[in-house]
Design a protein around this ligand. Structure first.
Ligand code: DGY
Length: 337
């Protein structure tokens, strides 16, 4: 039995993942499993040690999978499965390079789109409303004695009814956000992307506009794009200075799409009315970061997909992707390099 066990592909899981995924891996009988059984990230040195000679690696978004990790893993690594829809923590160039080199087998990459779309869209709407209707500020006032009497203009915010909502990067998540916002009587949805996405846009009757028009016309602007070299810091001074003074900026994609100094300036000088961020650079954002001093900035600790159902579904999908990849089968969700 010992010999049979040791001939199974070796898999390293870099974090305590929700039970569904773990169970799938354990019950498969297909792999020898080792995991970093903690809620905190595996120390880099430990990761570099543990990946050596692995066939499969299941990771989360805090692990940078770069040349160093891939070198440490060596030529046995066949499958990389991330429990996330975002893949900016994976060095795609290094993966491609290795796949092309003779010494390495092609490394297949799995990720977890779709299963988190509902949870992320739901949280985005919650964050948008918390920001535009100043919920965090209001709750704080109520609790700390700021609630004097009912006042005519106190804690007024901005409403969705009759507004224009702009989506930066229209994908599944952008569509799901718009579908949820529509019943709030939004007047118009607009979006921008590298090119028009007619099929998705039709689902929400969204109009394709330029980046400048998106900034100028949106009352609410939600960043829903993936972080890539092209979208790095795309939400910067140029965007914020074109936005209305009454507009709200929301980011549930990646902190890297925002230039945070420019955002701070825009919020502090009233160039825009407010921002709701579920993602920042770095994460966690240090508690002494200037953005935390602003009442018109609501910051959440990257929780958009954090529902029990969704996180379990993500872990199950990541596990199934990994197993399929190791068997040489089609993965449920494969990132084609
Ligand atoms: C992802 O999956 O990329 C999210 O940021 C976390 O769910």
């Amino acid at each position: 039995i010992q010999r049979e066990m040791s001939s199974l592909p070796r898999v390293y899981v870099t974090r305590k993942v929700p039970p569904d995924g773990l169970q799938i891996l354990r019950k498969s009988g297909q792999v020898q499993l080792e995991l970093w059984d903690s809620d905190d990230p595996v120390p880099r040195r430990e990761l570099l040690k543990k990946v050596k000679g692995c066939d499969g690696l299941l990771c989360v978004l805090t692990e940078k999978i770069d040349a160093e990790v891939l070198d440490a893993a060596g030529p046995t690594l066949k499958v990389l499965s991330t429990m996330s829809v975002g893949f900016d923590h994976l060095s795609l160039d290094e993966l491609k390079k290795r796949s092309a080199a003779d010494v390495y087998t092609r490394i297949r990459v799995g990720y977890t789109p779709e299963v988190l779309t509902d949870a992320v869209a739901e949280l985005t709407v919650a964050l948008l409303l918390a920001t535009s209707r100043r919920l965090i500020e209001a709750a704080h006032e109520a609790k700390t004695g700021g609630w004097g009497t009912w006042r005519t203009q106190w804690l007024c915010g901005y409403e969705l009814a009759n507004s224009t909502v702009g989506i930066l990067g229209l994908g599944r998540i952008g569509v799901a956000i718009a579908e949820r916002l529509k019943p709030f009587k939004v007047k118009r949805f607009i979006y921008t992307d590298v090119e028009p996405r007619p099929e998705l846009a039709e689902m929400i009757q969204a109009e394709y506009v330029s980046m400048d028009d998106l900034a100028r016309q949106s009352d609410f602007l939600a960043a829903c794009c993936a972080l890539t070299p092209e979208t790095q810091s795309i939400c910067n001074k140029n965007l914020f200075s074109n936005m209305k003074k009454t507009s709200i900026f929301i980011n549930t994609s990646r902190g890297g799409v925002v230039n945070q100094e420019d955002l701070y300036e825009a919020l502090a000088t009233g160039e825009i009315a407010g921002a709701g961020l579920d993602v920042t650079t770095p994460e966690p954002l240090p508690t002494n970061h200037p953005l935390f001093t602003l009442k018109n900035c609501v910051i959440l600790p990257h929780i958009a997909s954090a529902s029990y159902t969704t996180r379990n579904a993500m872990s199950a999908l990541a596990a199934n992707n990994l197993l399929a990849g190791l068997r040489g089968d089609r993965m449920l969700k494969e990132l084609h390099l």
